[in-house]
Design a protein around this ligand. Structure first.
Ligand code: ATP
Length: 348
C-alpha cells in the first residue's frame, strides 16, 4: 500500500456537506486504484462550529491545518451586512495563503457559451478591500480601507510569473483601476511590472478592470493568465466560470508557503442546499489540484480522466449543466469511470 495522506477536511455548510461527501467517496476509490490512502481530520467552521464549540473556527481546526499543511474545504456561509467575519478570508489571512489559483477550462463533451477556453486566474488573497478594516466615522458615513503592499503585490506577481514560466503560459495581464486608485492599484501595477522584467519570454500587459470584463465577454481567447487584486479576482472568477458552464465546475486553490487549502470557486448556494442537486465537479477538480500538490499525480490524472469521461458520456450530469442526475448519482458515475479504467488497465 502507498502513502497515507492526512488531510484536514472542512465540509462547510449549504451545499458544502453534499459536495464534500461526493469528493471523499470518489477519492477513496481513486486511492484504491492508485495505492494512495487518505486519513481525514474533519472540522466544522462558521455558524455550525459556533453552535457546537462556541468558536467560529475551532482551535483544533487551526492546529490540524498547521500539522497537515493541506486542507480540502467546502463552502462556508458568510452572513451579509453583519455577523461574523468570513471564515474563508480569516483562514486565508491566518495561514498567509496569498495566492488564489483558479484555472478556467472547458470540460470535454460539455457545450458551453465559449468552447476551448483556457484561462488562469491568479488572485491576491490576503489584501485589498478584504482586510476587513471598516468603521463608521459618524452616523451615515462609513470608511472601508483597501490595503495594498509592495510585499503582497510582489509575491503574487512572482507567483504568477513563476507559474506561467513553469507551465508554458505565454501572456500575463495585470488587471487594475489605477486611473482612479492611483496609489493602491498604482503600487500593484508597479510591482507586477518590475517582476515582469525578469521574465522576458512572457508577454506582459495591463488592462483596466471594467474594460477587462467587457473584453472577456467579447473575446476570452485574447487572455491567457490574469493577475488580479483580491476583489477584482473574486468578481472576475465568477464571470469567467460562466464561460465554461458555471460555478458548479471551477476549482480553486489557496496557496501559501506554509499551507494550502483547496476549495471550489462557488459559495454555499443556500438556494439548492440539501436537495441532492449541487454539482460536485468544482470540488472534485479542486481535489485534482490537491492531489498534484501532494505529489500524487497518478491519482490526480486518474480522477481528472474519470470526471472527463463522465462529461463525455453525458449520461449522468447534474441539472446546472443540462442533466437531471443528483449529486450522489453524479459521484457514482465518476466512481464507475474510475473503476472501469482500473479494470481495463488490469486487462491490458
Ligand atoms: P460567495 O460569495 O459565498 O462565494 P457565490 O457568489 O460564489 O457565493 P454561490 O452561493 O456559490 O455564489 O452560488 C450562486 C448560484 O450559483 C447559486 O445560487 C447556485 O444556483 C449556483 N451554484 C453555485 N454552486 C453550484 C454548484 N456546485 N452546483 C450547482 N449550482 C451551483
Amino acid at each position: 500500500m502507498g502513502k497515507t495522506h492526512t488531510i484536514t477536511l472542512i465540509p462547510g455548510d449549504g451545499i458544502g456537506p453534499e459536495v464534500t461527501d461526493a469528493v471523499v467517496r470518489v477519492l477513496e476509490v481513486v486511492g484504491e486504484a492508485t495505492g494512495v490512502q487518505f486519513a481525514w481530520e474533519r472540522f466544522a467552521a462558521g455558524a455550525g462550529a459556533f453552535e457546537k464549540h462556541g468558536e467560529y473556527i475551532p482551535k483544533e481546526l487551526y492546529a490540524s491545518i498547521e500539522r497537515n499543511r493541506v486542507a480540502l474545504k467546502g463552502p462556508v456561509t458568510t452572513p451579509v451586512g453583519g455577523g461574523f467575519p468570513s471564515i474563508n478570508v480569516t483562514l486565508r489571512k491566518k495561514f498567509e495563503l496569498y495566492s488564489n489559483f483558479r484555472p478556467i477550462k472547458n470540460l470535454p463533451g460539455l457545450e458551453t457559451r465559449y468552447p476551448g477556453v483556457d484561462l488562469i486566474i491568479i488572485r491576491e488573497n490576503t489584501e485589498g478591500e478584504y482586510v476587513g478594516l471598516e468603521h463608521e466615522v459618524v452616523p451615515g458615513v462609513v470608511e472601508s480601507l483597501k490595503v495594498i503592499t509592495e510585499k503582497g503585490s510582489t509575491r503574487i506577481a512572482k507567483f504568477a510569473f513563476e507559474y506561467a514560466a513553469k507551465h508554458g503560459r505565454r501572456k500575463i495581464h495585470a488587471i487594475h483601476k489605477a486611473n482612479i486608485m492611483k496609489m493602491s492599484d498604482g503600487l500593484f501595477l508597479r510591482c507586477a511590472r518590475d517582476v515582469s522584467k525578469g521574465y522576458p519570454d512572457i508577454t506582459y500587459g495591463e488592462h483596466i478592470i471594467d474594460n477587462t470584463c467587457m473584453q472577456l465577454v467579447m473575446n476570452p481567447y485574447q487572455y491567457d493568465t490574469l493577475l488580479l487584486e483580491n476583489l477584482y479576482g473574486d468578481i472576475v472568477s465568477d464571470l469567467c466560470a460562466a464561460f465554461v458552464g458555471g460555478l458548479g465546475l471551477v476549482p480553486g486553490a489557496n496557496l501559501g508557503a506554509e499551507a494550502a487549502i483547496f476549495e471550489a470557486v462557488h459559495g454555499s448556494a443556500p438556494d439548492i442546499a440539501g436537495k441532492d442537486i449541487a454539482n460536485p465537479t468544482a470540488l472534485l477538480q479542486s481535489a485534482v489540484l490537491m492531489l498534484h500538490h501532494i505529489g500524487e499525480s497518478e491519482a490526480a490524472d486518474k480522477l481528472q480522466a474519470a470526471i472527463e469521461k463522465t462529461y463525455t458520456e453525458r449520461k449522468t450530469l447534474t441539472r446546472d449543466v443540462g442533466g437531471s442526475a443528483g449529486t450522489r448519482a453524479f459521484a457514482d458515475a465518476v466512481i464507475q469511470a474510475v473503476e472501469t479504467s482500473r479494470e481495463s488497465a488490469t486487462i491490458t
